[in-house]
Design a protein around this ligand. Sequence first.
Ligand code: CAA
Length: 703
Amino acid sequence: MTTLVNYRVEDGLALIGLARPPVNALGQPLRAAILDACERAAADASVQAIILHGAHGLFCAGADIGEFGSEASFAAPDLPNLLLRLTALDKPLIAAIGTLALGGGLELALACGYRISEPDARLGLPEINLGLLPGAGGTQRLPRLIGVEPALDMMISGQPIGAGRAFELGLLDRLASGKESLLDDARAFARELLDQRAPAQRTSRFANPAESVAADFLSQFRAANEPRWKSRLAPRLVLAAVEAACNLPLAEGLVREHELFKEAEASKQSAALRHVFFAEREAGRIPGIEADIPLRRIEKVAVIGAGTMGGGIAMNFVNAGIPVALLEQKGEALDCGLANIRKNYEISVKRGKLTAAQLEQRMELLFGTLDYADLADADLVIEAVFEKLEIKQQVFRELDRLCKPGAILASNTSSLDVDVIAASTSRPQDVIGLHFFSPANVMRLLEVVRGKATAPDVLATTMKIAKRIGKLPVISGVCFGFIGNRMLEPYSREAHRLVLEGATPTQVDKVLTDLDLNMGVFSMLDLAGIDVNFLVRNSNRAAFAHDESYCRLGDELYAQGRHGQKTGRGFYLYEGRNRQEDYEVVALAERLAGELHVPRRPVGDQEIHDRCLFMLINEGIQLLDEGIALRASDIDLVWINGYGFPAHLGGPLHYAEQLGLDKVLAGIQHYRRTLGGYGEMWFKPAALLERLVAAGRARIEKI
Ligand code: CAA
């Protein structure tokens, strides 16, 4: 017997413990081992019932994601057939679920005749997050067990449910009394079943799942949800599989599910989402720094600045139970900042996400102060003051004077030079950049900016604390704008220039949202504030002093007080949240084009796509070559989590790989040739892109 499962027989019960750490992913070797163990138990006349459990507690996190797209995924025994065999066993088979049962792991439990779980376990079908559908009977068996509506909800949301809810729904037959007692309770349950001469499989609650919902339920569900699915394939395939569950006998439904699963697995969207899954785990690894490096203790945090950003940052720590000192210059601003935080929590209470008692507990962890001396015992200080170098340097000088030795001093700058900020202290090794995205209590991305002198343990501690507060930290080197905002520059430059050449903001934005980006460039600028964008541009004017033409549009809107959504006018006109094209902006673009001698012409959608996206991709590849980003996949994460790039395209660099790097390079060269002086100035292919194409590489990596 292979060591992937532990097998033992006790008093007529076979215990099969899955033992493939860390999460018992159902790769081919584990599937084969489960099958062997079950056949052994089936053939052993002394075995009356079988208990399947996680040998180290955790039951199973599903199929081995690394196998998808390869032959191993369907190598015998494939998961659907393994599970079919389990349903045919003539001895009761009980899944004893510890910690979690996800995806194929839950489908494994569904193929068992009975299920018991520890009370804190989570159960879910998160395949949709990987562009897949449950492909081992889940779409057919779950609706038969708990009804169509809750089953569909689990599959479409991808969100796991707690064991208590699963018990209410009939997904579990029993709840164990505690984590430790799971196996004992499973044994007792097995004995009860044997005493009652219970069948190996109990009959499904909904032999015909269609009867669990109204006749038009699925069509109504589709109509209500399709718009927000945009071009995502997986939700549509899930729905098709559930329709099959409603219309076909189980055996035929399983065949249909398998066809739909194969379609999903072969899709570019699933490949992209699987790339994102592994990218997120890879982002936490820091080359050259051992995983077990001793970390600094972070028990008290201080945030300087109680504005929107500082307040949001403080909330992250408080939410994780870490006390925060919040510093402001004036009592009024401090009161206002604290009141805003309370208001935010009150909204969460209204939405049922927080209790009133939890709100008070969180507010108690916040300590407002006007006195820098109160920061002296903080382990981590995050500065979130006005984005001006001199002001930040001043703050860091003060921190250097006051903070205890070993405290980590972080700047929440979105673009400034962290090395210059660090140089204003006598301890640059303790200084790091932490670029939170707004709203800081909501957005998952955190750019962790490693300065020239940042000590390895400061970086590692920061990555760890970022995860503790629920962020996705991505490491960036020092450059203007770091990874995200530096890439935003050429992307947004093309958008502006295209409007000068004859496109409208609506047309540009539509091309981008048709690609499923959350927002187009111009809606994003209107939301973030044209004034904010103007200030950032001003702090880096030297970089485009040789051609400021494309900035003129934004500069003029700024000068006219059209600062975006907050002033009701920006690139668009706003009535509440509704926006419409503003013909004054179109006329302004025409006038500026005349002054700048930019020829006007109709601009096609493909050109908008190629110019915006190829320049974005090109800058990303350049950042990788310069070593600002550690990996191409880190860049993808930044754009997915900070700028609304669709995860099902895998991020801009994965998207470039799917388009073909030669195509991207050819596009950049085309515009270099055809856009005259402007093309020559800005359409310069990244040297790494040229090297990759010359070497015939399909993947973006540093060579
Ligand atoms: N396949 C392969 N590897 C997996 C895996 C899976 N299903 N789930 C987790 N892992 C790996 C991770 O890649 C990671 O590996 P490294 O340490 O080498 O980076 C390791 O397990 C630990 O994972 P996390 O770092 O994510 O640990 P965590 O404790 O934060 O989270 C988890 C654990 C909740 C299980 C999370 O990993 C997760 O959500 N996994 C994916 C679950 C999932 O989507 N299952 C469905 C798979 S598709 C399917 O089953 C299709 C089907 O119908 C047949």
